[in-house]
Design a protein. Structure first.
Length: 238
């Protein structure tokens, strides 16, 4: 984390302070996870791997109101009045077991043309750059093709009506969140996704997909790392 903060000061010269603040927040989010209510610590302890050397993808969708309660610096995503609910956080290559690849060799920064393909997918361009560098480089794809895959994966998932512009905060169980996604996505079944939470607040879901993105698929380790407390809060969009 210390190295990220030091490096971020220099990176800010190129991408701006807001994106730099988001980066520090995102790293803290992935690495600082309460064991009793957030099952994503194992997923965050990634190791460097070879591009394309992975078994499946995880589509990570953030529940913006919950995500914004625990991460500072995500200015665009957390701006009051935007009313954002589920948004794309990333598309992560995963191994069947153990740590997953991250920051593989390859182009470190997407071109402007590639970033145009990410427009409207991510809450802000800083997140798109960060996700490419950390996860996209391990896909074996070019930045443009990786962002096209992110769009394809996102389009394959229907957000349940329960989470489309809810007017008020909700108390709900993680299994009921999963059931809502199963009802909205008939090919999605138990063991193919996980709910993510932090300090009793839902901050996202993780949905497992085949490498060709044509099917949802089972992912026991991801499912086991999900949120398993009795009840969680799903704050309404800001």
């Amino acid at each position: 984390m210390r190295r990220v903060i030091i490096g971020c000061a220099a990176w800010a010269l190129f991408i701006g302070a807001a994106s730099c603040a988001w980066l520090v927040g995102a790293v803290a989010k992935e690495g600082d996870c309460a064991a009793e209510d957030c099952g994503n610590r194992g997923a965050s302890r990634t190791g460097v791997g070879a591009a394309r050397d992975f078994d499946f993808y995880v589509l990570a969708l953030s529940w913006s109101p919950g995500f914004c309660e625990s991460v500072e610096g995500a200015r665009d995503q957390c701006e009051p009045g935007k009313g954002l609910g589920f948004v794309v956080h990333g598309l992560w290559p995963q191994y069947e077991q153990g740590a997953s690849p991250s920051e593989c060799p390859g182009a470190r920064s997407p071109s402007r043309i590639a970033l145009e393909k990410a427009a409207g997918l991510f809450p802000d361009v800083g997140l798109a750059r960060y996700e490419w560098r950390k996860h996209g480089t391990c896909s074996g794809k070019s930045p443009s093709d990786y962002f096209a895959d992110v769009a394809q994966a996102n389009a394959a998932v229907t957000i349940p009506p329960l989470f489309v512009k809810p007017a008020r905060d909700q108390k709900i169980t993680p299994i009921d969140v999963e059931r809502a996604f199963f009802d909205a996505n008939p090919r999605l079944r138990p063991g193919m996704m996980a709910v993510s939470c932090r300090r009793g607040v839902m901050d996202g879901v993780r949905i497992c997909m085949s490498k060709d993105l044509r099917e949802f698929r089972a992912c026991p380790e991801v499912a086991q790392r999900g949120c398993h407390i009795r009840e969680i809060s799903a704050p309404a969009p800001l």
